[in-house]
Ligand binder design. Structure first.
Ligand code: PLP
Length: 361
C-alpha cells in the first residue's frame, strides 16, 4: 500500500470538459494532454475524454504513447515536429502538426509522402516564443496551400501571453492583430487556452485548447476553481507516520529552520519533494488532516513534512490521511505558498506517487 497517492476523479474531469463546452458552445475542443496530462496520467485521462474533438501534446513521443494506449482521436503536436524523419511518423499515425518556423515548412515541401498532413500555422502575435512573424503569414499560407503534402485546410492559430489577467490590454492587441491577419483567409481559427476560454469569449474561434481548466484548476489570476465552476480532478494525499511532542524553542527539520514558540505536537506526514510536494512551501502552508487545516512547519524533506497540530495530540493519529491539495484544499493556494503556479505542482508529481482512478458522483 503506497503512502503518497494521487486520486484522480474521472467525473470531475468530464464535468470540467462539459464546462469548457458550455463556455465555448460553438467551438471544437482540442484537449491538451501534454506532460502526462498535467501529471494526471496520459492514457487514463485521454480514455475519459470521449467528448473532446482532438487531443494536443507537446512532443511526438507523447502522441505515440497515446496511440500505443489505443487512443484513435486526431492528435495535434503543439510545437510541431523537429526532424524531417518525424513527418512519416505523423502521417502513419494521423498526427497533425503546428508549423511555426521555416525549417518545418521546408521539410514538408521536400517530403515524399503518400498522403497529406493537417497543419496548424502558428502566428506570433506578441508572445514572442514560437510562431511566424505576422509579416510572413501570407507567404507561409500560400506555400502551405501549394504543398501537396499538406491538407487543403490550413488551420490558423496563435497563443496569448497574458490571458490569465483580464485587465491586461495586451490580450486585446494580440486578438486584433490576429483578426487582421486572418481576415482574408477562410480557415478554422484557434486561439484560446484555458484562461482565454474564460476571460475572452471573443477569442473562442473554431477550436479552443483547454489544458489546466480541464483538470479543475483555475487559470485566472487570484481566482479559485470553485468560482469558475470547475472541480479539482486530483487529490494528493499521504499518511501521518508519527505524532510527537516538540518543546518550546526546539528546532524542527533540516537547518533548524523553524522553532516551536510554545510546547506543541507535530504530525509527520510521508510526503516530500521526492513525491513532488514543493520544497519551497513556506511555514504555514496548509495541510488538511481530519478536515482540519494545520500549518506546515520546518523544511520540506525528500520523504516527509512536519505539521504543527497544536497542544492536543489526540487530534491526529498515526495512519490518518493528510491531504496536500484537492477538492477541500485548493492547489492554487498551495502554489501561492510555494511561490509557484499550480501547473508546476501538477507536473512535478514523481513516479513514486501511486495513482488511483475513481469516478465519484
Ligand atoms: C499548454 C498549451 C495550452 C493549454 O494551456 P492552459 O493554460 O493549460 O489551458 C494551449 N495552447 C498551447 C499552445 C499550449 O502550449
Amino acid at each position: 500500500m503506497a503512502l503518497a497517492t494521487a486520486t484522480i476523479d474521472f467525473c470531475a474531469l468530464r464535468a470540467n470538459l462539459a464546462r469548457v463546452k458550455s463556455l465555448a458552445p460553438d467551438s471544437q475542443v482540442m484537449a491538451v494532454l501534454k506532460a502526462n496530462a498535467y501529471g494526471h496520467g496520459l492514457v487514463p485521462i485521454a480514455q475519459q475524454l470521449a467528448d473532446a474533438d482532438a487531443f494536443a501534446v507537446a512532443r511526438i513521443e507523447e502522441a505515440l504513447a497515446l496511440r500505443t494506449g489505443g487512443i484513435t482521436k486526431p492528435i495535434v503536436l503543439l510545437e510541431g515536429f523537429f526532424k524531417a524523419s518525424d513527418i512519416e511518423i505523423m502521417l502513419a499515425n494521423n498526427f497533425q502538426t503546428v508549423v511555426h518556423d521555416e525549417y518545418q515548412l521546408e521539410a514538408l515541401e521536400q517530403a515524399q509522402l503518400a498522403g497529406a498532413i493537417k497543419v496548424w500555422l502558428k502566428v506570433d502575435t506578441g508572445m514572442h516564443r514560437l510562431g511566424i512573424n505576422p509579416e510572413s503569414i501570407n507567404t507561409f499560407y500560400r506555400r502551405l496551400k501549394d504543398c501537396p503534402y499538406v491538407q487543403d485546410e490550413v488551420n490558423l492559430m496563435t497563443h496569448f501571453a497574458c490571458a490569465d489577467d483580464n485587465q491586461d490590454a495586451y490580450n486585446e492587441a494580440q486578438l486584433q492583430l490576429f483578426q487582421t491577419l486572418v481576415a482574408d483567409k477562410p480557415e478554422p481559427l484557434c486561439l484560446a487556452n484555458s484562461a482565454a476560454i474564460i476571460n475572452y469569449p471573443q477569442s473562442h474561434g473554431d477550436w479552443v485548447r483547454p489544458g489546466l481548466m480541464m483538470y479543475g484548476v483555475s487559470p485566472v489570476k487570484n481566482t479559485f476553481s470553485a468560482q469558475l465552476q470547475l472541480t479539482p480532478v486530483m487529490t494528493l494525499s499521504s499518511e501521518v507516520i508519527a505524532v510527537r511532542p516538540v518543546r518550546q524553542g526546539e528546532p524542527v527539520g533540516y537547518g533548524g529552520h523553524w522553532r516551536a514558540d510554545k510546547d506543541t505536537y507535530l504530525a509527520v506526514v510521508a510526503i516530500g519533494y521526492g513525491d513532488g510536494y514543493p520544497r519551497h512551501a513556506q511555514n504555514g502552508t496548509p495541510v488538511l488532516i481530519n478536515a482540519q487545516r494545520y500549518p506546515l512547519v520546518g523544511r520540506v524533506s525528500m520523504d516527509m513534512i512536519t505539521v504543527d497540530i497544536g497542544p492536543d495530540p489526540s487530534a491526529v493519529a498515526v495512519g490518518d490521511e493528510a491531504i496536500m491539495w484537492g477538492r477541500e484544499l485548493a492547489i492554487e493556494e498551495i502554489a501561492a505558498c510555494a511561490d509557484t503556479i499550480a501547473y508546476e505542482l501538477l507536473c512535478n508529481i514523481t513516479p513514486r506517487v501511486s495513482y488511483q482512478y475513481i469516478a465519484s458522483s
